[in-house]
Design a protein. Structure first.
Length: 150
């Protein structure tokens, strides 16, 4: 579920993601609700091959606005290199969470939801939906209890 930090409204997004399509469902719901923590995120297209998404993207007010940029989507970020992706072509990944044994060294940034995976001479920016403000994984009964108490 997602609790809007501005209004406090609770939205049941979808069950906890088990694959890339579930992760996309959450991402697109948050995009529609204006719930992503980015200055700008606008999905322009989704493809079955190549990059998963083409978007207009600006991480925050201090970063460059990028038009028609590619973003890879993963359920767990350790899948990234297993899918044959080259970090130089896909420098940003939006994932549900970090997998149990990432293949690259992971560093936390000052943003809870953003990590940086480092290789020999590359960096991949990882944005974890599960770590974004307002996101919680609850059982159905916990969600009902929360809605009743609001």
């Amino acid at each position: 579920m997602w609790k809007n930090p501005k209004s406090g409204k609770i939205t049941n997004l979808v069950r906890e993601p088990e694959n890339e399509n579930h992760t996309l469902a959450i991402l697109w719901k948050l995009e529609a609700l204006d719930g992503l923590p980015f200055k700008r995120f606008e999905t322009l297209g989704h493809a079955g091959t190549g990059p998963d998404l083409i978007v207009h993207f600006q991480e925050d007010g201090q970063s460059n606005f990028e038009r028609y940029t590619s973003i890879e989507i993963e359920s767990k970020s350790y899948n990234y290199k297993q899918h044959g992706h080259k970090p130089s072509l896909y420098p940003r990944v939006i994932c549900w969470d970090i997998g149990p044994s990432p293949k690259m060294r992971i560093k936390q940034t000052d943003k809870n939801f953003k990590l940086i995976a480092e290789g020999k001479d590359i960096q991949v920016h990882l944005f974890c939906l599960r770590r974004m403000e307002g996101i919680q994984v609850l059982t159905k009964s916990q969600l009902e209890d929360l809605k009743q108490s609001s």
